[in-house]
Design a protein around this ligand. Structure first.
Ligand code: FAD
Length: 437
């Protein structure tokens, strides 16, 4: 299907573009034809996922490929737990798709709106020191290169490409299928409770090591951190789901509805923000429930915001948080969104933010109608001091020269890019900035 492009906007409303045309291929052959046709008319072409990146990584001024028709299960093997998915499959479709096989993703981030190809291509991650980001689950993939070739990559076919292709920023080709190593469906026991920030920072190394999935939110202008500790249980463990009212009160009213109000008011009268933060501190936390993993990992985010997230060496987290805290105090900013702190295992994907090191993640947010530049730039300077690597799908100002310094295999990635996309058919201004022309 081909259509002239309507204006495309990303979720955070930081990017928009009117593609020359939009195509909706339903087979890998159709993707190959689309790439060949773009090449013949000298156009750039790019697959877009769910548009949930905050950066311009998915912007496609030439031909935009919508892979909604390349979705669902292509193949599944219960014995090995390996499942091949169409690249356009949305994460929120997975629980129903995988139910007949009794399988699940081993870990997830905060939301499930993304496509599997979009999420893995930018290094999307959850929390848990025993778990890598979503891209680490990819054991095989099929992609159409910039020259229109369909390339299979797996442990037995061009395995040397896997560390690049698993997390390729959309710069190496159009993924049409990915094969994931999944795990048997499991239940998570969630304990959410507030704790003093100082205690959480002092205990950080033990807290992340002692639990399967630990994270915390710190509310600026308060002493409070909301800790979330999820423990993995077998799939047949008793479940105690959150009641609908409790889920609504916590997720909708606190995490979304109340924020929406305070963010809007905070723009006009920033002075209310600290009082609000203290109110949230009082209201949030103390939940104890158990449910299937996607229902625990995933929350609902209806308040639009902008985000920057940096990965730093795991041990640097307490200092980095303290430095952000003194920055906010020193500047007198009123920050209505909490700072989210997570962890992930070291992995070997060349452009993974956790490449070669166990990592802690600090994410800062700003309401989408507020200008985040001053806050994010100052926090970014702190993260750089700690050898930080920015999330590829979240806002940052780094360029290829500075990213090369923090990614030891950066030039290997560029070499693969030169091979798979010599003419930069998949290029756009963001990729030019972060990878070079
Ligand atoms: C509310 C919200 C919450 C979030 N929570 C988290 C979180 O908890 N953890 C985390 O790490 N991140 C999180 N993110 C970031 C998000 O996971 C990433 O930005 C992700 O890339 C978005 O996936 P998408 O499908 O929307 O991809 P898009 O943003 O549409 O595209 C991302 C990249 O993938 C490429 N791409 C898409 N499809 C293909 C394909 N078939 N072949 C090749 N390349 C392709 C695009 O070209 C682009 O380069 C969050 C974002 C939002 C808005």
């Amino acid at each position: 299907m081909t259509a002239t492009g309507a204006t495309w906007r990303n979720w955070a409303r930081t990017e928009s573009v009117r593609p020359l045309r939009v195509e909706r291929p339903a087979t890998s052959g159709a993707v190959q034809r689309a790439v060949a046709a773009a090449a013949a008319s000298g156009l750039r072409i790019k697959a877009v996922g769910a548009g949930h990146s905050f950066t311009g990584i998915a912007v496609a001024p030439g031909v935009q490929l919508d892979l909604a028709d390349l979705s669902g299960i292509v193949d599944a093997d219960i014995a090995t737990g390996r499942v091949t998915l169409g690249a356009g499959t949305r994460l929120h479709e997975l629980p129903a798709l995988l139910a007949p096989y009794g399988l699940a993703l081993p870990n997830m981030g905060d939301i499930d709106r993304q496509t599997i190809a979009g999420a893995t291509s930018t290094g999307t991650h959850g929390t848990g020191l025993g778990f890598g980001g979503l891209a680490t689950q990819i054991v095989a993939a099929k992609l159409v290169s910039g020259t229109g070739e369909l390339i299979a990559v797996s442990e037995s076919e061009r395995p040397e490409l896997l560390p690049a292709v698993r997390l390729g920023l959309g710069a190496l080709g159009v993924l049409v299928e990915v094969t994931l190593q999944l795990v048997p469906r499991f239940v998570l026991h969630a304990v959410e409770k507030p704790a003093p920030l100082g205690e959480v920072l002092d205990g950080w190394p033990e807290l992340v090591r002692a639990s399967d999935h630990f994270e915390f939110y710190w509310f600026p202008h308060t002493e409070a951190a909301l800790t979330k500790t999820n423990t993995r249980l077998p799939g047949d463990a008793p479940r105690r789901p959150l009641g609908r009212v409790s889920r609504w009160v916590d997720d909708e009213l606190l995490a979304n509805g109340l924020y929406r109000g305070v963010c809007a008011v905070g723009r006009i009268a920033p002075g209310v923000v600290p009082a609000f933060a203290r109110q949230v501190e009082k209201l949030t936390g103390d939940r104890d429930f158990a449910d299937f993993s996607p229902k625990v990992f995933v929350t609902n985010r209806t308040v639009r915001f902008r985000e920057m997230e940096y990965a730093v060496p795991l041990a640097a987290v307490p200092d980095a948080v303290r430095e952000v805290r003194s920055l906010i105090e020193r500047k007198g900013w009123r920050i209505s969104f909490p700072i989210e702190v997570r962890a992930a295992a070291s992995d070997d994907n060349w452009l993974s933010t956790a490449y070669g090191r166990d990592s802690g993640y600090l994410a800062v947010h700003r309401y989408f109608r507020e200008d985040p530049a001053e806050y994010f730039t100052a926090v970014e300077a702190i993260m750089r001091e700690h050898g930080g690597r920015p999330h590829w799908g979240k806002m940052h100002t780094r360029d290829a020269a500075s990213l090369r310094e923090v990614y030891p295999r950066f030039d290997d990635f560029v070499r693969v890019r030169n091979e798979l996309d010599p003419e930069r058919r998949f290029g756009n201004p963001y990729l030019e900035r972060v990878l070079g022309a």
